[in-house]
Ligand binder design. Sequence first.
Ligand code: URP
Ligand code: ZN
Ligand code: ZN
Length: 459
Amino acid sequence: MSATGADPADVLIDDEKIVAVLEPGSSIAQAAAASAEIIDATGKYVIPGGVDVHTHMEVPFGATTSSDTFETGTIAAAWGGTTTIVDFATQTYGRQVRECLDEWHGKAEGNCAIDYGFHMIIGDVNNDSLREMDKLVDEGITSFKLFMAYPGVYLSDDRQILQAMQSCSNNGGLIMMHAENGIAIDLLAEQAAARGETDPINHGLVRRHELESEATHRAIKLAKVGAAPLYIVHLSASGALEEVARARNNGANVFAETCPQYLYLTLEDHLGAPGFEGAKYVCSTPLRSKHEHHQADLWTGLRTNDLSVVATDHCPFCFKDQKDAGVDDFRDIPNGIGGVEHRMDLIYQGVVTGEISIARWVELCSTTPARMFGLYPQKGTIQPGADADIVLYDPNASWSISVDNHHMNMDYSAYEGFAISGKVDTVMSRGEVIIANDQFHGASGRGKYIARGLTQYLM
Ligand code: URP
Ligand code: ZN
Ligand code: ZN
């Protein structure tokens, strides 16, 4: 199974690489089988390992840190059929890019169970950061996330955004944008808190979808002026999608990702759950209202390619002792939802319900993220020369997601009780079986750092 469709095939692997994709029963396949170890994939889809290009392992948020380490988070990813992550090394305001990147290498090196790369969050765009970005592109960190939200922590103003875009126009880097108007949001949040509206649902009510569309629009226009390609992260709302679609229709190099939480969870049912339960679903951009048509529009965007990638924005926090920091004020709830383990399964449900084709599932979850972030054809495809990162997916299995069966370091699941048709059966990472027979056979530390190339969507 590939991004272009299904064909019965025998895949020949030598050591870490795919060396041939053969017609089953052909004389070469028979000759190869005589001396090879055989994994029988009859009745299963054989797909390239998932590529999740949006994770935050061990990232500080306020006074706490996301609860998955590179070890626990990459093991959980492997269970869910993801064999590569691209995590966000994070520069916070006032710190040097290089110092922060070194810190992220230190956290990840020797701990990952699957291969990994980094984007760099530039939380302080200044002349030093801009110089460092040029060097990072040469070192395989070829994408940079900027924030239009979180004033005083990460926010870049329009001047800084334009400067970073101009740099990427020259160095080939890809700007990834957190597109929400954080200055307006912070005002609305202060006003809500002053009125005593402190429950988790207010997180979503103040982060209005108009403020996502406005920022998306502004980012697109700045990218045009800066002559740089743009990738919008965690797009959640119809209006923002319209902005992306309009830009793309006009021929702009604008791309966007969405995440499973925006396709399945809602403001009312999840963020608005009784008591403090809604804190489990606090993330930014926020979950959107079920009374509007965001989810249907996002599925349409996934079909039309106005949304090119599904990533998780995996940023887990435990309910007890982490999310509860905001029990008196939604502004103190750490922002993020964990989901690195369930992306392949959740998006496969779109195949089951007829929202997307099976080839599109592979394209959204593996092939396009690999191409978008300079990992292809090492990752994201089953073809000679590619890493043997392969998932056998059983379309006939059924099960339910639960905190009791997941492997993420979280004390709850945002998808508790979700019925899943299909299941990851076997996972190979660079030719090694790391998941089989409901057991993890890999090891933390076997995952390698990947220096990425430039985005291949412009070539
Ligand atoms: O709530 C979220 N998304 N937390 C992670 C940081 C980000 O903005 O992606
Ligand atoms: Zn973000
Ligand atoms: Zn994120």
